[in-house]
Design a protein around this ligand. Structure first.
Ligand code: NDP
Ligand code: MG
Length: 392
């Protein structure tokens, strides 16, 4: 029997990488559901090429056009995940790859329908991990994180406990501004920040990578997924992006996970649970040993990347990370629109986190979905107010 698969966010960078893996193996997979937001051209192309049974399109104008175009066809097109009938078939694999907190509810919905869930959407893990984890336990859904660092930590720490581990390093490439003069930071535009030197990714994560916010989010994500002592986690700059996590064990061994900078490697390993030949999916360079000569690691320069100083407080299990995430989502989108400068992202985040109402919203543990949205809304409004005040 073919494996039924759903990709939430199929028009994005992770979604497309996943489809590239699956398209070579269509004898094994039945692409049941795909989803997008506003990329009409790609939505059309994916419908034609992959013939999914269901397509969910979040942007209403795009949804209306596509719905009209396929009105006499078998495919079911929905505007919202919540419009999908409860009787939807059971799936073997769901890949959760929508960007931002918009992925939270669809992910929760599809955990209930899937045997296995591959989680790329880090904002969802940061804001709703307690809900996801409990639900997966209840429904016996297997979770595999596919963010490359977390995929690596998962592989490296299986069968080990906190007492066995001395240190966990998460690597950061340092992004496009690792060596740029600090004086010129005031001239950075979104078009500079999206040019990641090593990875081809969506806009938001690329911008988050350029100021190391991505690593701040990833450390919180790691702590949610693998709750080892938070003091053991540290970011290390590794410009080559070939090693994704390093674990120093108390028994004197150190292990790291190496793979080339192609997200198809963690995604395919998660789909096939490490049991396949990568050569069927992508061409690897033959002289891998040559890559090892390039490995460099160095500490994070906090003057260049002050955002990492926000971290220690947000390792705990209260809802501060929801505020950090929401405020950052607003700042990144305003930065893309040219309404916020690159340099003001960090001070604005700091101001939101230092707001007098912060505690009122951030102190809550294990917030419900409604609490999450309430906290998220407060942080978004606060951030917008601060931006407007600055621009006045
Ligand atoms: P992209 O921006 O490339 O893709 C995002 C996807 O989400 C697209 O399908 C987009 O649709 C859809 N989308 C956007 N907004 C909404 C919304 N409001 N409702 C429903 N769907 C929406 O992002 P990436 O693929 O780069 O990243 C996806 C997630 O995976 C992020 O959380 C990211 O942090 C994480 N991740 C990504 C990595 C990468 O290499 N790209 C690596 C590790 C983690 P459309 O394009 O049609 O508008
Ligand atoms: Mg990552």
């Amino acid at each position: 029997m073919k494996k039924k698969i759903a990709i939430l966010g199929s028009t994005g960078s992770i979604g497309q990488a996943s489809l590239k893996i699956i398209k070579n193996n269509l004898k094994e997979f039945n692409i049941f559901l795909l989803s997008g937001n506003s990329n009409q051209i790609l939505i059309n192309a994916q419908i034609k090429k992959y013939k999914p049974k269901v397509f969910v399109i979040n942007n209403f104008a795009v949804y209306k056009q596509i719905k009209k175009k396929y009105k006499n066809k078998k495919i079911k097109i929905y505007n919202k995940f919540s419009h999908i009938p409860l009787s939807l078939t059971k799936l073997d694999i769901t890949i959760s790859a929508i960007v931002g907190i918009a992925g939270l509810e669809p992910t929760i919905q599809f955990i209930k329908k899937s045997k296995k869930i591959l989680l790329a959407n880090k904002e969802t893990i940061i804001c709703g991990w307690h809900i996801i984890r409990n639900l997966c336990k209840k429904t016996k859904t297997k979770i595999i994180p596919i963010d490359s660092e977390h995929f690596s930590i998962d592989q490296l720490t299986k069968n080990f406990q906190d007492k066995d581990i001395e240190k966990i390093y998460i690597t950061a490439s340092g992004g496009p501004f690792l060596n740029r003069s600090l004086k010129s930071f005031k001239r950075i535009k979104a078009s500079d920040a999206v040019k990641h030197p090593k990875w081809k990714m969506g806009k938001k994560i690329s911008i988050d990578s350029s100021n190391l916010m991505n690593k701040v989010l990833e450390l919180i994500e790691a702590y949610r997924l693998f709750p080892f002592n938070p003091k053991k986690y540290e970011i290390v700059i590794h410009p080559q992006s070939l090693v994704h996590a390093i674990i120093i064990f108390k028994n004197g061994q150190t292990k790291f996970l190496y793979h080339e900078t192609d997200m198809r490697i963690p995604i395919a390993n998660a789909i096939y649970e490490n049991n396949f030949d990568i050569q069927n999916i992508l061409k690897r360079r033959k002289d891998i040993l040559k890559n090892f000569e390039k490995f460099k690691f160095k500490r994070v320069d906090k003057k260049r990347f002050p955002i990492v100083t926000l971290l220690p407080k947000y390792f705990n299990k209260n809802s501060g990370p929801i505020i950090l995430n929401a405020s950052n989502e607003v700042l990144v989108s305003k930065f893309i629109d040219g309404k916020v400068s690159f340099k003001s992202i960090y001070p604005t985040l700091k101001a939101v986190l230092g707001d007098k109402d912060f505690k009122k919203y951030a102190i809550k543990r294990s917030p419900s979905i409604n609490d999450i949205y309430k906290i998220d809304r407060w942080a978004r409004n606060k951030t917008i107010k601060l931006i407007e005040k600055k621009n006045r």
